[in-house]
Write a protein that binds this ligand. Structure first.
Ligand code: S3P
Length: 452
């Protein structure tokens, strides 16, 4: 993390009220930058988040010769075409961003120049064999770094160039886990292959890459959880620049929305939130738990991404069981789900969520510790958590472990605990949700931010 240390001080909150917007969707932001950089001319993107993760992707393209400027009219990306990237002038520093590392690894595997991708301490602990192995199987010269677990590979990642006359091959691949990062790495590399990329996931993960490729005329077909990209089909071999808007990030909106569900008397609305069905599990979960969630469509953004105004009013929350497809549709929101579970009456059971162990932190282990610190009974399972909610919470002192969503979930718990809670490592929030504290304060939440 390059930014300075921050700490939150959080006290019990009265009702949260207001109408807000949240920063642009992080996943859609990365992809907008990628497709803008590879387009034939200048694309204009509005609503791009100023979070550090999206900035890492923009900086990577700048180092590969793509001019990017941001002004009052949004972000201009001077695309260089599919074959126009230059060898990066430095190592590609993906910082804390797994999406930057995995998607760019796919894209860079298809180039005639070499590259090296590095990350911060948290990213360096995240598994990369899941992209390296299938990319190698299609002919990429990509290598990771051995580390903690045998048979796993970690950053840094090195990619050697494809030589003259050499191409990536087609691949038919059944993905072992539902992961938009694996899927997107393979689809991006598939743009440079001499054959078909055919992928099948256990459950459909976020489909932003597919929607953008379709919107840009890339020869792609989707059916349920399978996708086929055939770059040998008739097409122009590239796309024209675009102008589009990045919807508000539902994964960021989840925090004020869940806070409103937790704090009695709250009522709020969030405008222009992305409501792609692969991302809206959290709103379904809130309804299932007893919150009053409203949804009013407000048009489309980036490619073909539906947006809506989401309204929420506090209701009487009860625990429930979450597993299977719903987990994939709210994979990044589980820390917020855990905070909600602390106030929901009865037992909340989270299953099929082993993927949480390889996010910015081991989110099952970290949330179990956080809940315990707030006095919430919690049992950790190999693939989930069992949380017993509805009892008074005590104030806690939390270490966020470099994980933005752990810091924000802990802040939510602080809003319903007795006394003052302290959240260390809150600077991590700047990766996805710059302005989180001022936005929560504008709703009435007693959160203060200080240097640490
Ligand atoms: C993302 C995919 C998900 C998600 C991450 C963003 C993306 O990761 O957790 O925050 O933009 O493709 P996985 O692909 O590892 O599930």
């Amino acid at each position: 993390m390059t930014n300075d240390g921050k700490r939150y001080r959080v006290r019990r909150s009265g009702p949260l009220r207001g109408s807000i917007r949240v920063p642009g969707d992080k996943s859609i932001g990365h992809r907008s930058l990628i497709f803008g950089a590879l387009g034939r001319g200048t694309s204009r993107i509005t609503g791009l988040s100023e979070g550090l993760d999206n900035r890492a992707t923009a900086d990577a393209f700048a180092a590969m010769g793509v001019a990017i400027e941001t002004g009052s009219g949004g972000t201009g990306v001077h695309g260089v075409g599919l074959r126009g990237l230059r060898m990066p002038t430095t190592v590609v520093d993906c910082e804390n961003s797994g999406t930057t590392m995995r998607l760019l690894s796919g894209l860079l595997s298809g180039q005639r120049f070499g590259s090296r991708l590095v990350g911060d301490e948290s990213l360096t602990r995240r598994p990369m064999a899941r992209i390296i192995e299938p990319l190698r199987a299609r002919g990429a010269h990509i290598a990771g770094t051995p580390g903690a677990k045998p048979n796993e590979l970690y950053p840094p990642i090195s990619i050697a160039p494809l030589v003259e006359g050499e191409s990536l091959r087609g691949i038919e691949y059944t993905m072992p886990v539902a992961s938009a990062q694996i899927k997107s790495a393979l689809l991006l590399s598939g743009l440079y292959a001499d054959g078909v990329t055919a992928l099948e996931e256990p459950v459909l993960s976020r489909d932003h890459t597919e929607r953008m490729m379709l919107a840009l005329g890339v020869p792609l077909r989707t059916a349920g959880s399978s996708v086929v990209l055939d770059p040998t089909a008739e097409w122009t071999g590239g796309w024209d620049p675009f102008e589009w808007h990045v919807p508000g990030d539902p994964s960021s909106a989840a925090f004020p929305i869940v806070a409103a569900a937790m704090v009695a008397g709250s009522e709020l609305s969030v405008e222009d939130v992305g409501v792609n069905p692969t991302r809206t599990g959290i709103f379904d979960w809130l309804r299932l738990s007893g919150a009053n969630v409203g949804h009013r469509p407000s048009g489309h953004g980036a490619g073909d991404e539906p947006m809506a105004e989401i309204t929420i009013a506090h209701g009487s929350m009860r625990g429930a069981v979450a597993g299977g497809e719903l987990i994939v549709r709210m994979i990044d929101e589980i820390p917020a789900v855990c905070a909600l579970a602390a106030v929901a009456k009865g037992v909340t059971e989270i299953r099929d969520a082993a993927e949480l162990r390889v996010k910015e932190s081991d989110r099952l282990a970290t949330m179990a510790k956080v809940l315990d610190a707030f006095g919430v009974p919690c049992e950790e399972l190999p693939d989930g958590l069992i949380i017993t909610g509805g009892q008074p919470l005590r104030a806690a002192h939390i270490a966020s472990r470099g994980d933005h969503r752990i810091a924000m979930a802990s802040a939510l718990l602080g809003l319903v605990a007795d006394g003052e809670s302290v959240i260390d490592g809150a600077e991590a929030v700047d990766t996805s949700f710059p302005g989180f504290v001022s936005l929560m304060r504008s709703l009435g939440a007693p959160i203060e931010e200080e240097a640490s």
